[in-house]
Design a protein around this ligand. Sequence first.
Ligand SMILES: Cc1ncc(COP(=O)(O)O)c(C=O)c1O
Length: 394
Amino acid sequence: MLGDEERTAVLEVLESRSLFRYYGPRLLGKVAQFEEELARNIGTEHAVATSSGTAALRCCLAALGIGCGDEVIVPAFTFIATVNAVVTAGAVPVFAEIDETLGLDPQDVAAKASARTAAIVVVHLENVPCDLGPLVAIADQLRVPLIEDAAQAMGTSYRGRKVGSIGVAGAFSLQLEKNVTSGEGGALVTSDERLYLRAARYQDQGGQFVTSHMGERGRELDDPFVGENLRMGELAGAIAGVQLGKLPGLLERLRSSRQRLAQAIGPVEGMTERRVPDPDGEGGSSISWFLPNPRIAREFSRALRAEGVPCAQMYGGKPVYANPAVLERRTASQKGGPWHCAEHPTTVEYRMGLCPVTEELVGRSLTVPVGPSWTQLDCDQAAEAVHKVAGALL
Ligand SMILES: Cc1ncc(COP(=O)(O)O)c(C=O)c1O
């Protein structure tokens, strides 16, 4: 929720006339403060604010030096940004199956790994952290860095540790629908000093301002490379800082709404709940189920919406590679790009049926989002609608 505190913080920045994060007539350092608070909140040494979650992922990949000739394992079910970040880095995304957690299946990650695998990106969908224990074990076994795409899960945790702090780096989105928002924005977190310095450099055209701003920090800053402008501005930083302070309260309200809804619905024959690896750490923004087949899932979704309950099949119940840009391996330029690189020819191909387990699971999935202000009455009414539709369709 945006309110008076955000308004005050924005006005403060406007009055300072210092809207750029690295200099200005009276720089307040709102982005830098947000970075410090985020790192403290997540439990990492460092954070780098960015212009979006996609930008944060780009910085993570750039910090790891990932590019041409590399493969990056990503889940077959995620938002397109996870894939776009890999492709725009110049690397080839390799899709691995998800399991009934809607997160990566560790065994399929191992099966999809090759000598070219340069990173694994896990995605914590809808505030539910993946089963990171086995995924970290596989990454360690393969000696490949694990990046957490925690765009949808800021503040959630897995076995007592906040997501973003478990892999070598984690990326958050601050887009409008996220737990902490500045409309658009993002951030990455890491405890690896070298990755931090490289990411900070990358988001600032390779270190245009960041090198003079914190030039004493380390040798890597003397080692220039080409970057992009993925910087966050002070207005966004001011809002993000206030929003971050509201995160614990938001998660508490979401968790109690979700608990109330789950209790009101109870177990329903024919509806199998998504497996939540660590129920204590999840963010509580939705409940997902698997229904007997895709037809029933689609009908269930329609009928429940007609009853006034918001629900949907996440990403249309389709794997991310169903997106024509990915399926047909199209980049902005057909002359280069990871799939058309003469120097690093790839045999990786995409087609429907590529990850059959994922396609089967997501085709019959259904998600009901839960709001932080849902009352007991809201939950009871939604549960009644679920039972009514289940009675008719299952
Ligand atoms: C899983 C996932 N990764 C990455 C992103 C990208 O974040 P942004 O929209 O801030 O670029 C999103 C945004 O919704 C997302 O859901």
